[in-house]
Design a protein around this ligand. Structure first.
Ligand code: NAD
Length: 484
């Protein structure tokens, strides 16, 4: 059986216990993962602290940048291994992992290396009574050892989205990948060694949240800052842990994102975009759409066309040709999503398409499959409209005017993203500005220059990362004033 080890101080290390990693496709055990106990987490934090006072954080930026380029090149050189590991852990189609997860995993190191290389610093001249003056400038230093707690939906991409900027800024990290997706974080250890990243700069500890590696990392006094991506309820627990020692947190959390489709939109583009935003990665994308509001004149046509197209999406294993939908991450998550499928009907939804589990034959009966599902007819108060499901499903409701749809779309505890479909430029700006979210897309979805700020409003997040905004979290900005 494949063994997945912790990576501490540049070496692969056994855990105190082992747990099974199941295939989302079949339910079979595909690996034994070495769970880090307190002892391994202590060792990882100690290695990260030691590396922080070693050459890494004092390395000239130009040299650090070269090593991060080498990490990106290393991922690309071993692209097929990363691809196989990500598909095995998640069950997602190779077409997705090869276009999104792995290339972005590599790109995150290059992008943040470039940000750090090119970042300007503040500089002011001061007048002083003696006429000699003073200079005052800002100077950034690493924030220290960063605890990185990751989810399972885009494992390498979201982990490197944090590790890339953390390392570029001269920090060291202790990463806790999701228990569901340990493989690519572990494999990255080999790439770090090959790229000349000093031992202790990148550490990985495997395990769960409470009373396991997640809790041990976030409560560890040797961790200076915590960056987290995952569910809002988990983020709340991590915030409390970070309060001890008044440590900074960056939280990227859940969403219940709306798409607003106006009757004047490019209909085909709105269908294509909504199809992707609701169903790609089997709906397990924090930025995905679970609430669709469509202006009444095109409502019926929109619902039937979206249903027609999703019914054509092939469900299957990652390497089957033309597959567009994989399973969910686990049987546990399948149970949660199917619970919402039942709840939708209990709350009075009309099932336009989908519901339940597809029949893919005996090989896949133990897997975490669900059918992509579209509902209509729910009241805005329904739990299915309010709560994040994180599955391949959406509810579509009609609307009659802009104020009405804005009130409905904003009436949610989350505030991560929205997609607006219209040809009216003024309306697009107006609606985007009034949406209580971190990112609004107009006539697009999932398109973003990585130099721009990313993060959620309301219960979807605290802080912004991306481009220079990441520096606010991963560095300490110091003020130096020199009397001339
Ligand atoms: P999760 O909160 O269950 O787990 C995330 C990580 O936290 C895992 O590594 C888990 O082991 C760890 N964890 C759990 N309890 C912990 C504790 N008490 N202390 C420390 N660590 C703990 O989330 P998930 O199910 O892995 O991911 C899905 C969620 O992530 C969805 O809500 C989705 O919206 C969200 N998400 C948000 C973004 C974003 O950018 N805002 C991106 C991707 C996913």
């Amino acid at each position: 059986m494949k063994q997945i080890h912790n990576f501490i101080d540049g070496k692969y290390v056994a855990g105190t216990r082992r747990f099974d990693k199941h295939s989302p496709l079949t339910g079979e055990v595909i690996a034994h993962v070495h769970e880090a106990g307190r002892e391994q987490v202590d060792a990882a934090v100690a290695a990260a602290r030691a590396a922080l006072s070693g050459p890494w954080s004092r390395m000239p930026v130009a040299e650090r940048v070269e090593r991060l380029y080498a990490v990106a090149d290393g991922i690309n050189r071993r692209f097929d291994e990363f691809l196989a590991a990500e598909c095995a852990d998640t069950g997602k189609p190779r077409s997705i992992a090869s276009h999104i997860d792995i290339p972005r995993g590599a790109a995150n190191f290059k992008i943040f290396a470039d940000v750090v290389k090119n970042v300007p610093s503040e500089f002011f001249e001061l007048a002083t009574p003696d006429g000699l003056g003073a200079i005052n400038y800002g100077y950034r230093t690493p924030v220290g050892v960063v605890g990185v707690i990751c989810p399972w939906n885009l494992p390498l991409l979201l982990m490197t989205w944090k590790v890339g900027p953390a390392l570029a800024c001269g920090n060291t990290v202790v990463v806790k990948p999701s228990e569901e997706t340990p493989q690519t974080a572990a494999l990255l250890g080999e790439v770090m060694n090959e790229a000349g990243i000093p031992a202790g700069v990148y550490n990985v500890v495997h395990g769960f949240g409470p009373d396991s590696a997640g809790e041990f990392v976030t409560t560890h006094p040797g961790v200076d800052a915590i960056t987290f991506t995952g569910e809002t309820r988990t983020g709340e627990v991590i915030m409390k842990a970070a309060a001890k020692g008044a440590r900074p947190v960056s939280l990227e959390m859940g969403g219940k994102n709306a798409a607003i489709v106006f009757a004047d939109c490019d209909f085909d583009a709105a269908i294509e975009g909504t199809l992707r935003s609701a169903f790609v990665n089997s709906g397990q994308v924090c930025l995905g759409t679970e609430r669709v509001y469509v202006e009444r004149p095109i409502f019926d046509r929109f619902v039937s066309e979206l249903a027609r197209q999703i019914e054509g999406w092939k469900i299957g294993a990652p390497d089957e040709p033309d597959v567009k939908l994989g399973p969910l991450i686990s049987r546990e998550h399948q149970e949660k999503v199917l619970g919402y499928y039942k709840l939708a009907e209990a709350e009075g939804a009309t099932v336009v398409t989908g519901g339940g589990v597809p029949d893919l034959g005996p090989r896949y009966t133990g897997g975490a499959w669900v059918r992509p599902t579209i509902w209509t007819g729910l009241p805005e108060t329904a739990r299915v409209i309010k709560e994040e499901i994180f599955g391949p499903c959406c509810h579509i409701a009609p609307f009659d005017d802009e104020d009405e749809v804005l009130a409905k779309a904003n009436d949610n505890a989350y505030g991560l993203a929205c997609a607006i479909w219209t040809r009216d430029l003024s309306r697009a700006h107006r609606v985007a500005q009034r949406m209580q979210v971190g990112i609004s897309w107009v006539n697009s979805w999932f398109l973003r220059d990585l130099r721009t700020p990313f993060g959620g409003a309301k219960q979807s997040g605290i802080g912004r990362e991306g481009g220079v905004h990441s520096l606010e979290f991963y560095t300490e900005l110091k003020n130096v004033c020199i009397k001339l």
